[in-house]
Ligand binder design. Structure first.
Ligand code: GLY
Ligand code: MN
Length: 491
């Protein structure tokens, strides 16, 4: 066996039928051209990732920090979901869709900070049987892997073979912190060593929780690379929405038109080299009242509206999160337009107050003023809008049970482990990116609303960047007023 092979994550004993004779091994191991693997220039994200590592280093002096990428999650038996590296790993390394599964970033404390090394499963040579006999990781099975030198140059980061990781984990002491939810084997190994090192024979995971929190908070303000990626993700997403509109005749003609909506949007993602940042919500007719409708098995019927909540995730992992609610036959009915305009008014009112210095939760409060006013005006509330807005009433929330905004970035619900003080009660800063996504949902069986409203669901969701002086709607180029949406469908 060549020196740089590593154990397969999952042995298979029943399926593989490769010959095991030494004559076969000799034959398949010879006769291969040298693979030239010229060192690339560092990728654009490399200096930004280095700056992020510096910031987390300053927050945890003297601690060894272990940030695994994780591995593909099992779907069933020996089939997996597509691999996606842990978001904190991607953020600190700049390695996204091309990351090698099972990799681990280790930040070793030094006198004045940390020294980072990326451990990953390097390609085994043709002098081992890995490349043809190992269906989990062999290059004939899953594709080629880069060399240590290639990745070191590409990411601007020291690299080492994953084979050397067990020695690192063996040296783990009570001062080591790990991102716990990325790779269970690594977490178990770290816990085991820390348990041995702990004087009282028990360990606290508080330090790990602090690390996860800090890594989440590190992403609250986006750097220029991230903002540029968010713009590209929104642009890519617009193409997906355009494709869905262009395909509307076939979608309407199909008995499961929602599946075609999902397929068309996701095809655009894949065709452009991307994926989707979350399962596409293609919710037509009354399905629009189900906030996360991803079953997408219904018909798309003229006369109804369809709510499409979808976002394209780039190879860097940055994703958009956009919702538009479209009249399927090209024109809103009066009542659909009334609901649509109220939601748009809420979105515009919320956007109008966004600037550095306000509290994140004020955005939601502003949108709710409009939602309460309109639902009261339509006679849906048992009290006035003012009374409904009192914290102990909130009757209008029957028609919008979700929040108005969430941070957006590498994760669709980004920065989820940030402290409330910095997120919900946090003060807006330039570089923050979040959604504004008010909605109104009148369930088909809701007897509190007149019949004409029942089964209508509308959400309008845009991706917002806080600037030095105010805010920019990154998705303003995707039609959003009722008139503009109708014109978009006519084109
Ligand atoms: N796009 C789905 C959500 O924000 O929950
Ligand atoms: Mn959203």
């Amino acid at each position: 066996m060549a020196d740089n092979t590593t154990d397969a994550p999952r042995a298979t004993s029943n399926r593989s039928t490769v010959p095991v004779s030494s004559s076969f091994q000799d034959f398949i191991s010879s006769g291969w051209a040298d693979s030239a693997d010229a060192a690339p220039e560092p990728r654009e994200q490399a200096p930004f990732a280095a700056a992020r590592r510096d910031r987390i280093s300053r927050l945890h002096p003297g601690r060894r920090l272990i940030v695994p990428a994780g591995s593909a999650k099992v779907r069933s038996n020996d089939t997996d979901y597509p691999f996606r590296a842990h978001s904190a790993f991607a953020h600190l390394t700049g390695w996204g869709a091309d990351a090698v599964s099972g990799s681990v970033l280790v930040m070793e404390p030094t006198a004045d900070g940390h020294e980072s090394t990326l451990y990953f499963r390097e390609a085994a040579g043709r002098d081992s049987d890995e490349f043809y006999a190992n269906s989990d990781i062999g290059e004939f099975w899953t594709g080629s892997r880069p060399s240590l030198d290639h990745v070191a140059a590409d990411l601007g980061l020291a690299t080492a073979n994953l084979k050397a990781l067990p020695a690192v984990l063996h040296a783990v002491d009570a001062d080591t912190l790990v991102v716990r939810d990325a790779d269970r084997d690594v977490t178990d190994a770290v816990d085991g060593r820390r348990l041995l090192a702990a004087e009282a024979g028990s360990i606290e995971n508080d330090g790990d929780v602090d690390l996860a929190r800090d890594l989440s908070e590190l992403r609250l303000v986006k750097d220029p690379y991230e903002i540029a990626q968010m713009r590209l993700a929104v642009d890519a997403t617009k193409k997906g929405f355009d494709d869905v509109i262009a395909d509307m005749p076939q979608i309407v003609a199909h008995e499961r038109g929602e599946r075609l909506v999902e397929g068309t949007f996701n095809r655009r993602a894949r065709a452009d080299g991307n994926t989707v940042g979350y399962d596409t919500i293609a919710a037509s007719g009354p399905h629009a009242c189900i906030l996360h409708w991803t079953r997408n098995d219904g018909a798309v019927v003229p006369g109804d509206v369809i709510l499409l909540d979808a976002g394209i995730e780039l190879e860097s992992y940055y994703t958009a999160d956009i919702t538009r609610t479209l009249p399927i036959d090209g024109a809103y009915t009066d009542v659909q337009r009334r609901v649509y305009d109220a939601v748009l008014e809420a979105a515009d009112a919320a956007f109008a107050i966004v600037r550095p210095g306000i509290l994140f939760r004020e955005i939601h409060a502003e949108a709710m003023k409009v939602i309460a006013a309109r639902t009261a005006e339509w006679g849906l509330l048992p009290v006035s809008a003012e009374e409904s807005l009192q914290p102990d009433h909130q009757y209008h929330r029957r028609y919008m049970v979700h929040g108005t905004s969430h941070h957006l970035g590498i994760d669709v619900h980004d920065c989820a482990q940030a402290r409330r003080d910095l997120y919900l009660d946090g003060v807006l800063e330039p570089g923050m990116v979040f959604t504004i996504e008010p909605g109104l949902y009148f369930q088909p069986d809701d007897l509190s609303v007149p019949e004409e409203y029942r089964g209508i669901g509308v959400r309008i969701e845009d991706d917002i960047l806080v600037t030095e002086s105010g805010a920019e709607n990154l998705s303003i180029g995707i039609p959003r007023t009722a008139d503009d949406v109708e014109a978009w469908l006519r084109r």
